[in-house]
Design a protein around this ligand. Structure first.
Ligand code: FA5
Ligand code: MG
Length: 452
């Protein structure tokens, strides 16, 4: 067992999250900065770009075929978030370095897929969309934030309800009813690794193919719709840029809850950007949810990623801003989507770079009697959280710039470059220094590192 840290953070016996009280234990790692953001529900805030993006996507998946769930509570069990989705016991996503635990059996959902099994079990509609805030311990940069918003979508067919039980035929008939699009899709059928993404035993090749085709067409239509909204507003002087023709492609992906699986990427400003994960739903999830006769597809999309493309929003922190210079730019768009326009950044304030370098704590190893690094004590995401605790949204990004292992002692040293920059005002060098001094102190207290 690792020796205790010099000063383990104190854990209160109970915490209140979203108005509910929870018992904590040694797994608890939800900082107050995260807890206080629970309940903001940007996806439901009128004229917020996350909410506008949700509504545009919903328009492609119409009710009543798709039932919308926009208010599901963010605290879920590890069973809902992982086990019900066939995550292996040792899957890295379960780690405390990646996931916010309320206690050993309770987490802040890391994805909207946490609600799949329960929604299948209720068996209320042929399809559904779940939009919600999700939580992940992660790096700090302009496209990652520890809270973001996902939309889960799923479409199901019931063997006992289609004529002759012929799912493939019924699905192709549904595909024929979908609109078409004229987007160029690169790699519509990327090659599969048969061992990791097999045809599921309960499915015929024809069934899996039909469901995959319905999935791809539906999601391509969604992307086409999003970008046509951007174009529809191009009469506007501040229109979203539409110079480049839209390019999208399908890439093989792996999820424990779908097979086969894909990610959809969009070419944007010179690079392929992943916008969603998707696939044919693992039949075990239907069986375990008491609906073994259903088959279908599911996807999970990052709403921030889409909103950043749609409105040309350059920094993910902006979504959390209460500054009128941000929010004011989207007024009225919910009621009239032709008012949609590119976000015009307000003045960019100067960056303030500060480096921190330290030796990781060493612990004596019994065997050999030498000194070994106990790098399990330190995970990069832990430092990200210290930064958020102390400097909040004034940290724009953090980059590892050096890593060094001493050849004789085996000790490891790390160096990070932190960019302090406020979105809303100019930060003085003094203020940045104050933050940075506290960060250095906290790294020593929490992780026993030795500053260099
Ligand atoms: C998932 O979360 C799967 N649950 C998606 C899924 C659903 C697959 C249903 C199959 C069936 P992933 O971790 O790749 O997958 O995240 C999905 C999307 O969320 C990404 O494509 C991206 O758009 C967005 N996303 C992921 N991490 C972040 C982050 N830190 N900040 C903002 N957006 C993110
Ligand atoms: Mg992914």
């Amino acid at each position: 067992a690792p020796t205790p840290l010099p000063q383990a953070p104190k854990i209160p016996a109970t915490v209140e999250i979203g108005g509910k009280k929870y018992q904590t234990d040694e797994w608890h790692n939800v900082p107050s900065t995260i807890n206080t953001a629970v309940g903001r529900q940007l996806h439901l805030q009128k004229d917020h770009p996350i909410s506008i993006t949700r509504q545009i996507i919903e328009s492609v998946f119409p009710a009543p075929t798709y039932k919308y769930h926009n208010n599901l509570f963010p605290v879920v069990t590890t069973h809902q978030n992982f086990d019900s989705l066939e995550f292996a016991q040792d899957h890295p996503g379960r780690s405390r370095t990646d996931t916010y635990y309320v206690n050993k059996d309770t987490v802040l959902r890391t994805h909207t897929s946490a609600h799949q099994a329960d929604t299948f079990r209720r068996n209320e509609s042929e399809g559904f969309l779940v939009s919600a805030d999700v939580y992940r311990r992660d790096a700090i940069d302009r496209s990652h934030y520890p809270i973001f918003h996902q939309m889960e979508g799923a479409r199901m067919w019931d063997r006992t309800k289609v004529p002759g039980g012929d799912i493939a035929k019924a699905v192709w008939e549904d595909i024929a009813k979908l609109p078409t699009h004229d987007m160029k899709v690169e790699d519509p059928n990327p090659p599969h690794h048969a061992e990791r993404n097999p045809l599921q035993a309960p499915h015929s090749a024809a069934e899996s193919e039909a469901i995959s085709a319905h999935l791809k067409r539906s999601l391509e239509l969604m992307v086409a719709e999003i970008f046509s909204r951007a174009r529809a507003s191009s009469g506007n002087a501040d229109a979203v840029s539409t110079a480049e023709p839209l390019r999208i492609r399908w890439v093989e992906a792996f999820f424990p809850f779908t097979s086969p699986s894909w990610e959809l990427e969009v070419f944007w400003q010179g690079d392929w950007l992943e916008v969603l994960g998707s696939g044919v739903i693992n039949q075990k999830i239907f069986t375990n949810s008491g609906v073994p006769d259903q088959l279908g597809w599911a996807f999970g999309i990052g709403l921030e990623r889409i909103a950043m493309l749609l409105f040309e929003i350059p920094d993910i922190r902006l979504f959390w801003s209460r500054d009128e210079r941000f929010l004011g730019q989207f007024k009225g768009v919910t009621d009239d989507l032709t008012l949609m326009k590119r976000f015009v950044p307000f003045s960019k304030h100067p960056a303030c770079y500060k480096d921190v370098a330290f030796w990781l704590r060493s612990t004596s190893s019994a065997a050999g009697g030498g000194t070994k690094m106990n790098s399990q004590d330190f995970h990069e995401n832990d430092m990200m959280e210290i930064l958020r605790d102390i400097a909040g949204d004034t940290v724009e990004d953090v980059k590892a710039i050096d890593e060094f292992t001493h050849p004789k002692t085996g000790r490891k040293s790390l160096c990070y470059r932190i960019n302090y920059r406020s979105l809303e005002r100019t930060l003085t060098n003094d203020e940045a220094n104050k933050y940075h001094d506290r960060v250095r102190k906290e790294l020593v207290e929490r992780f026993g590192v030795e500053l260099r």
